[in-house]
Design a protein around this ligand. Sequence first.
Ligand SMILES: Cc1cc2nc3c(=O)[nH]c(=O)nc-3n(C[C@H](O)[C@H](O)[C@H](O)COP(=O)(O)O)c2cc1C
Length: 219
Amino acid sequence: MALTPVLSESALLGTLKTRYATKLFDPQRKIPEPTWTALEETLVLSQSAFGAQPWKFLVVDSPKIRARLRPHTWDQPAVTDASKFVVFLARKATSSVDIAHYLARIAEVRGVTTQSLKGFNEVILETLSERALNGKLTDWAARQLYIALGQFTTAAALLGVDTCPIEGLEPKKYDEILQLGDTSFTTVLTVAAGYRLETDKYASLAKVRFPLAEVVQHV
Ligand SMILES: Cc1cc2nc3c(=O)[nH]c(=O)nc-3n(C[C@H](O)[C@H](O)[C@H](O)COP(=O)(O)O)c2cc1C
């Protein structure tokens, strides 16, 4: 089934212009469950290189844990006040075992043999071993997280949900508090989601972007 437009160009741009990095969230206003379920699904549906999905998304519902994370997040109120708070984790070192797990999933979903994916397996492992040699495996995984971030924040805006990406944090402290030490994952960034407070003055600030002609060129 081909894609069909679900909204007009002006509705799309109108929403993207209304979205802003929300600083003050209304602590009383919660995201309805169906909306949140759909937003979690946007994380699952996000693209990644080779489709390898070298990530996990930790939804921190515990107010106690959120309170402990806030001082390690430049004391940003969004950490404790937003309806939802998600920590984006990158896999530290994607291995051949992880790729085998992925290929097994392709085989299961598409009804093919893993043997038929041998060539694909080799290409992925070759690319990853290059990254491993350069000590860049975590960076590679982290880059995939930013794609999920973009999809999530855009989707949230389309569903009328405010968000703030938060990179201003101490990843080591997060890993400690979230007890990630013995896992294959490490903290990269977080996203707060919920509904803005009327008093958030950032909502009415003009959006600062370079003119289109300065950043988009045609050759
Ligand atoms: C990767 C990333 C990290 C960010 N970290 C923070 C942050 O820690 N705190 C914050 O208030 N905003 C943060 N922002 C929001 C940006 O400052 C904001 O997107 C930018 O100034 C453009 O403004 P707008 O999103 O309101 O259009 C972050 C944005 C991105 C994409």
